[in-house]
Design a protein around this ligand. Structure first.
Ligand code: HEM
Length: 554
């Protein structure tokens, strides 16, 4: 999930922006006039009280921190300031958080501590430690840490698969998501949704290319993202008559949600919260907008299900089943989901799978454009499997070994998120590599240093799908046979969308190559494989490519 890596503390998180009511106006003459003395004394009194309160808060925080962690042996990390810890070092380092972590790792090793205000982060970044945390001690570290206020609003107080603490509620939600949506059987049944979205995707690309100045240019990420979004929307609500304009509107609202849940300074220093009242008001407005956008879809599906009762809905209007149907039937210890929770659970499914998958597809097409022999080999497999008489399907892609090897190499070299979702110890007393990991600490898992570890991989910096073909290296993406690459995490909280994600990537890449011949755009002759973190890890320079429709008979 894109939004689930630890987001960098950037300037957009209000560090450099002073809240308007904090702005300090220069004193006017009148302020110092005799007539204004009482007001001046009042201001100075208030100022002294504020300073005293702040100092007291600092002292209390220092004492609390010392008491909380006294006697514990935390992993090493850079020395920090009282109260703020390493927060300002990170915020003002001028580096993206992932680069900051890479640098710290060189100094402190594969397990380190960062203190970010009230939050303590333990970051692990090698295969042995991840194996210890997620496999050997999988149950001990299967929980999630406390959320900030904003995320609590969007998760209906941790009522989602990804945010729920380890326990019965999480188990019920996850079981329902897997059986209602992500199991292999369900995945097969959702084939019509994929075919609909693929057709829409191809026509959008054709139209975009035709409308471009050279008649052939397309932006890859934007189109791939929209296609994946359509599939997930279809699977979530099972409503088949949403027009493109409506889908674009829903997508825009969901993007605003992703922006709204980004970290803020007051997540780490909660005593600053009153200064962020405007941002908080905006968060509530975005949540309202999300509810107002998704609830009508939920109500429509409810009405369709009510009308058809035991028969199936009209196939032109609604799919025979959807994820929402399973959530409507869900009972957790007798609790029926409220409207607010229904919105949250539907949004989780759509958000979890959209940016992660679309990001992977952009990197895939960049590798294909960059290397014509990869394109030729995948196209040859397509021709052998289905030729050009019908659109390729995921039944076909399962039987294409080179394409499957390509997808694995893609996820090794370009994992869509650099951090797994944050884990937390279930109870106090847990240890990793002999160090204490407090129960309220965030356990963050840095993924790329594993899949590029020269001790685990030959030529790790090279992009080479052949490494996974017969006799070559293995890629167990679940981590159960050993941790070598875990783009979907590992252990109890492993991404339940693994099968769906890889199916969608393989299918979209194959369909794009079946329909079009791809080449580099003259404005991007030598592709730059630098990355940057948005919701996921995207290409620093978004991919613009040239497409030429192939001759096909369908
Ligand atoms: C290429 C695609 C994807 C990637 C790389 C990816 C990656 C991840 C990662 C790294 C985690 C965290 C695992 C952990 O906490 O240890 C995760 C969790 C999760 N993902 Fe995905 N994901 C992808 C697609 C999807 C899809 C398609 C869905 C659903 C439609 C999905 C839903 C979830 C959920 C619900 C969780 C939370 C699981 C839990 O806490 O029990 N993901 N994903």
């Amino acid at each position: 999930m894109p939004t689930h890596d630890l987001p960098p503390i950037s300037s957009s998180t209000c560090i450099h922006r002073r809240a308007p009511h904090m702005s300090m106006q220069p004193p006017t003459r009148a302020t110092f006039s005799g007539a204004m003395m009482p007001a001046a004394s009042l201001i100075s009194l208030a100022f002294t009280a504020a300073v005293a309160t702040a100092l007291l808060a600092v002292a209390v925080a220092v004492v609390r921190y010392k008491r909380k962690y006294s006697g514990l042996r935390l992993p090493p990390g850079p020395p920090g300031w009282p109260v703020a810890g390493n927060l300002f070092q990170v915020a003002f380092s001028g580096k993206p958080f992932i680069h900051y972590i890479r640098d710290l790792r060189r100094e402190y090793g594969p397990i380190l501590t960062l203190r970010m205000g009230v939050r303590t982060l333990v970051v692990i970044s090698n295969a042995e430690l991840v194996h210890e945390a997620l496999v050997e001690k999988g149950q001990e570290f299967a929980s999630r840490p406390a959320e900030n206020t904003t995320r609590n609003i969007f998760s209906s107080n941790k009522f989602t698969v990804n945010s729920a603490v380890y326990g019965a509620e999480w188990r019920s939600l996850r079981r329902n998501m897997v059986s209602g949506m992500l199991s292999t059987a369900r995945l097969r049944e959702f084939r019509p949704a994929r075919l609909r979205a693929m057709d829409r995707f191809v026509s959008r690309m054709r139209a975009e290319a035709a409308a471009s100045a050279d008649g052939a240019s397309v932006w890859v990420l934007r189109n791939a993202r929209f296609a994946v979004f359509c599939i997930l929307l279809d699977m979530t609500f099972g409503l088949l008559d949403l027009d493109e304009e409506h889908i674009v509107h829903i997508d825009a609202v969901m993007k605003r949600v992703l922006l709204a849940v980004g970290v803020r300074m007051d997540d780490y220093l909660p005593f600053l919260r009153p200064l962020f009242w405007r941002q908080q008001r905006r968060v509530l407005a975005v949540r309202r907008e999300q509810v107002d956008t998704l609830l009508p879809l939920i109500d429509r599906r409810r009405a369709i299900l009510r009308d058809v009762r035991s028969s199936l809905p009209d196939p032109n209007v609604a799919a025979p089943f959807s994820y929402l149907d399973s959530v409507l039937d869900l009972r957790i210890e007798g609790h029926v989901c409220t409207d607010d929770e229904l919105v949250t659970l539907c949004a989780e499914l759509i958000n979890g799978g959209t940016d992660t998958t679309a990001t992977a597809i952009e990197w895939a097409m960049a590798r294909i454009v960059d290397n014509p022999s990869i394109q030729a080999r995948i196209h040859e497999e397509i021709m052998q499997q289905v030729g050009d008489a019908r659109p390729i399907d995921d039944k076909d892609t399962d039987n294409m070994p080179y394409l499957q090897a390509f997808v694995k190499e893609l996820l090794r070299k370009h994992p869509p998120t650099y951090f797994s979702l944050t884990h937390a110890a279930v109870k106090p007393g847990s240890k990793l590599a002999g160090y204490d990991v407090p129960a309220d600490a965030n356990l963050d898992i840095f993924l790329p240093t594993i899949s590029e570890d020269p001790k685990l991989w030959e030529r790790p910096t090279e992009f080479d799908p052949d490494r996974f073909l017969t006799g070559g290296e293995t890629a167990d993406m679940t981590g159960s046979a050993g941790i070598r690459m875990i783009p979907f995490g590992a252990g109890r909280r492993i991404c339940p969308g693994l099968a769906m994600g890889t199916t969608h990537i393989a299918l979209m890449v194959a369909r794009m190559l079946q329909e079009f011949e791809w080449r580099a755009h003259p404005s991007q002759p030598a592709l730059d494989f630098k990355d940057k973190v948005e919701f996921t890890v995207v290409m620093n320079q978004p991919l613009l490519a040239m497409v030429k429709p192939r001759k096909i008979a369908f």
